[in-house]
Design a protein around this ligand. Structure first.
Ligand code: AMP
Ligand code: GLY
Length: 415
């Protein structure tokens, strides 16, 4: 089977790495991919937002199955476009992916179908400014649409609310609809299922570390590390998440005429009052995928095929025993302006099988590996438990060097 993966980050490297192990796959492409994947996939120089060229590549090269990594091509209707031509593709349609790409759609859906989520209200930007004096603090303000991680502000003072609204105003069109939301206090967990819209198979949990510095200090990033599974998600809690949050959401999406097929990622918060959905994403998390996929025993292609063929209820995904930890190495300056082109040493060393190095922002040049992005590499380790996996991931991370290297030293420490 010829498989095409769309995307080029650390998450897609983990997906490609996993798929490359499937005996069902004869040829593997990744568009645009990154140089770190070259040993397992052929890189195709088509950006993720060029849907016309992706469609024609899949057609001309006889791709049997396409798997979408990031949300951008989903929002550009890639799934419908492929299906119209009879091309097999794994991921939600643009209408179903609105659960991620429109926070207003997602909040309205959760409210209409009583899916536990923070109380919220949608306002115009002008109305939001007017309401500042009445707001109960802390408060969360969000902007609708994809905002590249800059769409959420947790404000503790009125001045912070105003600064947040000013930031949204600068985004222009994206700022037409502002969500004002109750602040929830608790532990955050990323929970994943694979679903054909009717049946859902839990794929367990991971905890992400979003801030750049240790002890959750500094600005938010795309994610600086993760561990999996989360010890907070006991089998009883998993059952509750499936019955109270996941299945009602899938039923709601079906009732609204946009059944969901693909990986669904629920960003949850476990509070004293119960479990709430903070957000849904229409894809794997990054770096959660780099922590979760190494734990998966079952062939991912078999799961994807079963999902597309409506056989998911017969599938039981098997997991390796133990746990995993993933540490992200970032470039100096990230998440702000960061340096590029620094020589990376230690990447080509031999390492044990339980250590996986996923590339996100690297390039192979004449001098060797160099940095090319903000999040450069993700070092994942499998261990007997989170603390063992963490020690092994850090031991492997310390062998890699580049000028300005930064990583958090507390991934998986506060469970
Ligand atoms: P979102 O993109 O909606 O998940 O928000 C990004 C991050 O903002 C989340 O991972 C939380 O850390 C935080 N956040 C969002 N909504 C809330 C809320 N209602 N209460 C507390 N924190 C929140
Ligand atoms: N790690 C957070 C995300 O992928 O959205």
């Amino acid at each position: 089977m010829k498989v095409l993966v769309i995307g080029g980050g650390g998450r897609e490297h983990a997906i490609v790495w996993k798929i490359a192990q499937s005996p069902l796959v004869t040829q593997l492409f990744c568009a645009p991919g990154n140089h770190g994947m070259r040993s397992v996939a052929e890189l195709i120089q088509i950006p993720v937002d060029d849907i016309d060229r992706l469609v024609s590549f899949a057609k001309v090269r006889g791709v049997d199955l396409t798997i979408v990594g990031p949300e951008l091509p989903l929002s550009l209707n890639i799934v419908d476009r492929f299906r119209e031509l009879g091309l097999r593709i794994f991921g939600p349609t643009r209408a179903a992916a609105k659960i991620e790409t429109s926070k207003v759609f997602s909040k309205n859906l959760m409210q209409k179908y009583n899916i536990p989520t923070a109380k919220s209200e949608v306002l115009s930007l002008a109305k939001a400014y007017e309401r500042v004096p009445e707001m109960e603090l802390p408060i969360v303000i969000k902007v609708d649409g994809l905002a590249g991680g800059k769409g959420v502000v947790i404000a503790h003072t009125q001045a912070e609310v105003i600064a947040g609204l000013d930031q949204f105003k600068k985004m222009g069109k994206a700022a037409n609809q502002i969500i004002i939301e109750e602040f929830l206090n608790g532990k955050e967990v990323s929970f994943f299922v694979v679903t054909d819209g009717v049946h859902a198979c839990p794929m367990g949990s991971a905890q992400d570390h979003k801030r750049i510095f240790d002890n959750d200090l500094g600005p938010n990033t795309g994610g600086m590390g993760a561990f999996s599974p989360s010890p907070l998600i006991t089998p009883e809690i998993e059952k509750e998440i499936m019955s109270k949050l996941i299945y009602p959401t899938l039923e709601a999406l079906s009732k609204e005429g946009c059944p969901y097929l693909g990986v669904l990622y629920a960003g949850l918060i476990l509070t004293k009052k119960g479990i709430y959905v903070l957000e849904f994403n229409a894809r794997w998390g990054d770096p959660e995928a780099q922590a979760l996929l190494p734990r998966m025993e079952t062939d991912w292609i078999e799961v994807v095929e079963a999902t597309l063929d409506g056989r998911l209820k017969d599938v039981k995904i098997q997991w390796k025993t133990g746990a995993s930890t993933c540490v992200v190495l970032s470039a100096e300056g990230y998440p702000g302006n960061y340096t590029k082109g620094e020589l990376i040493s230690g990447l080509d060393e031999k390492r044990p099988n339980n250590i996986m190095i996923f590339h996100a922002g690297t390039k192979h040049s004449d001098e060797g590996w160099i940095t090319e992005g903000g999040r450069v590499l993700a070092i994942s380790a499998l261990g007997s438990n989170i603390s063992d996996a963490r020690d092994q991931a850090y031991a492997a991370a310390k062998k890699i060097e580049f000028k300005g290297i930064h990583f958090r030293t507390d991934i998986g420490k506060s469970l």
